[in-house]
Write a protein that binds this ligand. Structure first.
Ligand code: SAM
Ligand code: DTB
Ligand code: SF4
Length: 325
């Protein structure tokens, strides 16, 4: 593994050289025509006690998102069936929680078992987990757990104050110990420096094992959240497309076998920028016209994009353990 200064030097490479290197790593480790498709469903929306500065679902934000109750199993399975019919291979269920409550565990496990029985890969993102909760979800058939590091360790406290980086790492350890695959990435475009983006990628790549999935989100600025309002005041702070592509390229170079997901923010990205991301090693997207609360590109736009680029969406992928570098 490279040191932080070595990694910074890679991030700083002339863009054509950086993309070339990332594309080589991509080709050596993946079929470059494949793009994995993951569907997303908010199974519990809004009213979250955490104060993540980017999030529309935080009870601290004034985004207008109303707190809802946990969905019932039937509604979740209906959405999963639609996602499968639309070609997604993985179904990711997200909840606006700091952590699941004991009383929710039976329902969550029933959701996992039901989605798994449809032949979809299962993923959940529910906040922090105890070891016991991780084991129960794994037993129910949960393939992946999404838990993002989101930014560099140094910048974390400026974005979120209600939990620590260490809390995040501990949940990731519990997910691994329960035998699940890890989906872990973060957000760029939160007003962080290039050094923060390098520090964030370094943190991901020095986890005990590389995450099997690495979602790279571009901040979706939401009015009424601290970061959304900050960007409304200083639009120049918004992430530059080329800087986003650099982040994707370095993630690919650092984590050769991982699926690198071009995640939130795709709706407002040009086809050309998305094409550069795929060239730089992104090989996964979120499908559908909604993420959790924000808009997403949608099936029509994706079909047109794939058609233009000559890329083949992948129906599913087996969860595969990735060895640490
Ligand atoms: N509550 C759980 C948690 O935070 O771990 C799960 C749901 S949370 C919405 C999942 C991830 O969505 C966050 O870690 C963050 O990376 C991403 N996210 C949330 N709001 C976003 C936004 N406005 N723009 C980009 N990504 C966002
Ligand atoms: C991830 O890294 N991105 C997804 C998923 N994991 C759960 C969520 C993106 C959320 C975008 C903002 C919203 O929809 O509210
Ligand atoms: Fe809650 Fe997750 Fe949003 Fe943070 S990102 S406020 S933990 S839903």
């Amino acid at each position: 593994m490279q040191t932080l200064p070595q990694l910074k030097a890679v991030y700083d490479l002339p863009l054509p050289e950086l993309i070339f290197r990332a594309a080589l790593v991509h080709r050596e480790n993946h079929d470059i025509r494949d793009i994995q498709r993951c569907a997303l469903l908010s199974i519990k929306t809004g009213g979250c006690p955490e104060d993540c500065g980017y999030c529309s679902q935080s009870a601290h934000a004034k985004s207008g998102i109303k707190a809802e109750k946990l969905m019932d199993v039937e509604g979740v399975l209906l959405a999963a069936a639609e996602a499968k019919a639309a070609g997604s291979g993985r179904f990711c269920m997200g909840a606006a929680w700091r952590e699941p409550k004991a009383r929710d565990m039976d329902v969550l496990c029933a959701m996992v078992a039901g989605v798994k029985a449809m032949g979809l890969e299962t993923c959940m993102t529910l906040g922090m987990l105890t070891g016991e909760q991780a084991r129960r979800l794994a037993e129910a058939g949960l393939d992946y757990y999404n838990h993002n590091l989101d930014t560099s360790p140094e910048r974390y406290g400026a974005v979120i104050t209600t939990r620590t980086y260490r809390d995040r790492l501990e949940t990731l350890e519990r997910v691994r110990a329960a035998g699940m695959s890890v989906c872990c990435g973060g957000i760029v475009g939160m007003g962080e420096s290039r050094d923060d983006r390098v520090g964030f990628l370094h943190a991901l790549a020095t986890l005990p094992a590389h995450p099997e999935s690495v979602p790279i989100n571009a901040l979706v600025p939401v009015k009424g959240t601290p970061l959304g309002d900050m960007l409304a005041d200083t639009p120049l702070a918004r992430i530059d497309d080329v800087e986003f592509v650099r982040t994707v390229a370095v993630a690919r170079i650092l984590m050769p076998r991982s699926m690198v997901r071009l995640s939130a923010g795709r709706e407002s990205m040009s086809d050309a920028t998305q094409a550069l991301c795929f060239l730089a090693g992104a090989n996964s997207i979120f499908t559908g016209d909604k993420l959790l609360t924000a808009g997403n590109a949608g099936a029509g736009a994706d079909a047109a994009l794939f058609g233009r680029l000559g890329l083949v969406p992948m129906a599913s992928a087996e969860p595969a353990r990735v060895a640490a570098e």
